[in-house]
Ligand binder design. Sequence first.
Ligand code: HEC
Ligand code: HEC
Ligand code: HEC
Length: 114
Amino acid sequence: MNKNVFRLSILLLVVFAICMTTLPETTSARMPGGIYYKDTGELERVRFSHSIHLSYGKTCEDCHNKIFQKRVGRADVGNAMTMKTMGEGKFCGACHNGEQAFSVESDCDQCHFR
Ligand code: HEC
Ligand code: HEC
Ligand code: HEC
């Protein structure tokens, strides 16, 4: 085989391998768009958007897995994710504390909006 063709195919293989191992973590390929939480009493259901959070510069590691598991509904097993636990700094409240992001204790409509 021509040496250059050989080198080129090795290069392509390496690029392909790098893409296969890094893309799923760095793009939205395996990440759900809208996650809806329903147990909100009289208020509108809460929508969590991955893309909005990424647009504010958050990375996967900011949330996974120290705040949230990669499994929809996991946080709320046993009704653990409530306004009270979030007010104590858990789940959304880890950031939505009025410092890193608007507080769970004030801007109700920002989360309970549709
Ligand atoms: C601001 C926080 C935050 C960031 C940043 C974030 N996620 Fe998530 N992710 C969540 C929440 C919240 C859930 C739902 C967890 C729950 O309901 O217990 C979730 C769930 C998931 C799930 C499970 C989907 C399913 O159908 O069960 C995957 C996969 C996932 N995230 C991938 C990612 C990837 C990949 C990134 C980085 C590109 C990322 N997430 C960044 C908060 C985040
Ligand atoms: C950062 C997003 C966010 C903000 C801001 C927010 N909530 Fe929530 N709220 C949630 C989430 C997430 C749940 C849990 C939903 C579930 O478990 O299905 C929830 C649940 C609730 C519930 C159901 C019972 C309970 O206590 O958990 C009530 C009532 C509620 N919120 C009221 C409010 C009020 C009133 C405000 C404003 C003072 C507010 N929320 C602000 C995200 C938010
Ligand atoms: C790792 C930190 C972090 C976590 C965890 C987090 N958020 Fe956020 N969120 C942010 C930041 C930062 C912003 C943008 C700053 C702001 O709006 O105050 C934001 C913005 C938002 C917005 C406004 C989006 C817009 O239209 O501008 C909503 C709604 C929201 N978050 C809901 C949630 C809900 C619901 C959860 C929990 C399921 C959650 N967030 C968990 C950091 C976080």
